[in-house]
Design a binder for this molecule. Structure first.
Ligand code: GAL
Length: 671
């Protein structure tokens, strides 16, 4: 949020999605009173209001929105005003049935839900820009409007449409990517394989359902196209809004989730004034605190500083097989953990729990039970906490460790027809992130072309696809004295998904001082023993490969299985740096021991010395002070050396601060 269009809401903004149109107006006055009681400072309005704002094509009715914005303003609450384009009305689809999306089997997906449009539909685009423009014209100068919320979660339900219109748009995108050179596309896609050579651009289709796997590069370019196609819609709306209201910042809410990978947010983030995220816990994730931290660090990295948490939940969601409620204290820890990782705004889906509609069983700030509820008490308490943390706004975290994160590499890794179908990018990254989180080591996420020299340690847990420049950037970092660690099956293919010949791990062989001649992925039931400089009883799963050392030293080797005696973990010291290779997936304790050694050798310091188990420690640095966030996940409480003022209680801290059991402390440490 180091934007030229800053958010003009003081402190840490607090609120949620507000859908008053779903309620009679008598309820609105109560909403205002309770929002003030909870310390709400900004709400997200109009997100799904298209059908009410434009009852028929080109006919607008702003009377309700006028009253809502006036009411908010009168109550001192700002509006993050959405373009309602994630939910086109029924009349639109009756007029433009061709704008409905089509899945890869050729089935039309119908309206009656949300995001039921084809991203390449010209009719949709016209209609979306028309309503965005009408809103912008009407409300550009409304004193309540503090931010534009463009659309909602682009690609959540319609990341890819396979209709003929999308096919034509894909071909246009390809013509630009390959500079009108069809042979270049044929070579990039390797279309001599299976007689796929194209003689005419019009022969090319999206990767629709086929009997055998489609061409991998076609699939990869398709993912790139789908992300760009939605981004084009987003920037088109943003431009319309900016034209009418040049000073109001624009955001759209991202989704960094294990289950959502449709958009290349490195390409999206620079297009926005404020980067925001929606984060939800997965009920089957026993360590969702790590997921919060990972997504928060990724958001801060995408934003290059503070960001905005647009949605999370006060309790259970309604879209998982079983929706776990949060335990007492969990919602507060979650919200403050996002702030610790750089969020300058905390918002929920949604303000008031719905009576009707597909989300009637989703938690909210004001639950069905009303104010006589634990959730409401927690919501009021959190409002006070965020008020006490106002001065944290704008501060950011500095890290000595960078982790490579790349959507191209993720998409390519998870294509079908890999040596193993068990490889999941976010899981592999989280494997390595977890011991760093436990050790309280601050982490940034970076792209392969990032400036790496400001880090001591660069980790590439999973970088299956990397272009030559990216590979050279990582190698150069190690040669200049940095420490690099690379995970298995990295560097395997170039940007066109072509295997790098000569042995694995392709692009990183030289810098790692190893060469594998054959891959031995492990069955889900297979566990191998490791021997060497690893804890007793060390094991490995998922992957192995037959490595020869071409300069590296062995750190651990396989003690059984088909590769008994072959290196499993290696360490190379090219020029003045160090380059580690993990040719398998060590068990968590072994990986933690390896990470500990790698960090120590690289001179990486944790945020605080010897953080007790289960205590998350994060530091945000501001102009005049640092802010040390301490979050107790163990339920035991902790005593941590610190000096300054604990902001949540306002109490001075002399030598140490007490973190209450299951609670949070935030210490202002003056510079
Ligand atoms: C988000 C979405 C919200 C709401 C929420 C429920 O994906 O943006 O509108 O549906 O999920 O968890």
């Amino acid at each position: 949020m180091t934007s030229t269009r800053p958010l003009r809401v003081p402190g840490i903004a607090y609120g949620g999605d507000y859908n008053p149109e779903q309620w009679p107006e008598e309820v609105w006055a109560e909403d205002m009173r309770l929002m003030r009681e909870a310390g709400v400072t900004m709400v997200n309005v109009g997100i799904f209001s298209w059908a009410l704002l434009e009852p028929s094509e080109g006919v607008h009715d702003f009377t309700r929105m006028d009253r809502i914005l006036d009411l908010l303003h009168a109550n001192g609450i700002a509006a993050d005003l959405a373009t309602p384009t994630a939910a086109p009305p029924a009349w639109f689809f009756r007029a433009h049935p061709e704008a409905l999306p089509v899945d890869k089997d050729g089935r039309t997906l119908w309206y009656g839900s949300r995001q039921t449009f084809c991203p390449s539909s010209p009719a949709y685009r016209r209609a979306a820009l028309r309503i965005a423009d009408a809103l912008a014209q009407r409300y550009a100068d409304h004193p309540a409007v503090a931010m534009w919320h463009v659309h909602n979660e682009y690609g959540c339900h319609n990341a890819a449409c396979y209709c003929d219109t999308s096919a034509a748009a894909f071909r246009s995108w390809l013509r630009a990517r390959y500079a009108e050179d069809l042979d270049a596309l044929n070579n990039a896609w390797g279309t001599t394989f299976w007689s796929q050579w194209y003689y005419d651009w019009d022969e090319i289709l999206p990767p629709r359902a086929t009997g055998a796997p489609p061409n991998p590069t076609q699939q990869l370019d398709w993912r790139r196209f789908c992300s760009d196609e939605l981004l084009a819609l987003c920037t088109a709306e943003r431009d319309v809004l900016r034209q009418a209201a040049p000073r109001i910042p624009a955001t759209t809410n991202f989704m960094v989730l294990r289950t959502f990978d449709a958009l290349d947010y490195w390409r999206w983030a620079p297009e926005l004034d404020i980067v925001s995220n929606d984060h939800y816990l997965m009920s089957d994730d026993p360590e969702s605190d790590i997921d919060i931290a990972l997504s928060g660090d990724l958001m801060r990295s995408l934003a290059g500083g503070p960001w905005f948490l647009m949605e999370h939940s006060t309790g259970a969601v309604n879209w998982q097989p079983v929706n776990r409620a949060k335990v007492p204290g969990e919602m507060r820890r979650n919200a403050l953990a996002h702030v610790a990782r750089g969020a300058d705004g905390i918002s929920f889906f949604q303000w008031r729990a719905a009576k009707a509609g597909a989300e009637q069983w989703h938690s909210a700030m004001l639950p069905h039970a009303g104010t006589d509820s634990r959730i409401w008490q927690d919501v009021v308490h959190l409002g006070a906490d965020l008020k006490a943390l106002a001065e944290v706004r704008g501060s950011t975290a500095a890290a000595q460790v960078a982790i490579l994160w790349n959507w191209d590499a993720r998409w390519a890794l998870e294509l079908p027809s890999q040596p193993s179908g068990e490889l999941r990018f976010q899981d592999l990254v989280r494997d390595w992130y977890t011991p760093l989180w436990r050790a309280g080591v601050a982490v940034d996420f970076v792209r392969p072309d990032a400036d790496l020299d400001r880090y001591r340690l660069v980790l590439a847990p999973s970088l299956y696809l990397v272009d030559d420049a990216g590979a050279a950037n990582l190698a150069g970092f190690a040669e200049r004295g940095g420490t690099l660690a690379v995970g298995f099956h990295s560097g395997a293919v170039d940007q066109n998904c072509h295997v790098r010949p000569g042995g694995y791990p392709g692009a990183f062989r030289d810098i790692l001082g190893v060469r594998a001649d054959e891959l031995f992925p492990l069955l889900p039931s297979q566990t191998l023993q490791l021997a060497g400089q690893v804890p007793a009883g060390a094991t490995a799963t998922l992957w192995s490969e037959r490595i020869q050392l071409t300069g590296a030293e062995p750190v651990a080797s396989f003690a059984d299985g088909p590769l008994v005696g072959a290196p499993a973990v290696t360490r190379h010291t090219p020029a003045s740096g160090t380059a580690w290779y993990l040719a398998t997936r060590p068990d968590p304790a072994t990986l933690a021991a390896l990470m500990d050694r790698i960090c120590q050798e690289a001179g990486v310091q944790p945020v605080i010395d010897s953080s007790p188990d289960g205590l998350e420690a994060v530091r945000r640095s501001g102009t005049d002070a640092d802010y040390l966030f301490l979050i107790d996940h163990a339920g035991t409480g902790a005593q941590v050396p610190a000096t300054g003022v604990e902001l949540l209680t306002g109490k001075p801290v002399n030598e140490s601060v007490t973190v209450p059991a299951g609670g949070v402390a935030v210490v202002r440490e003056p510079h």
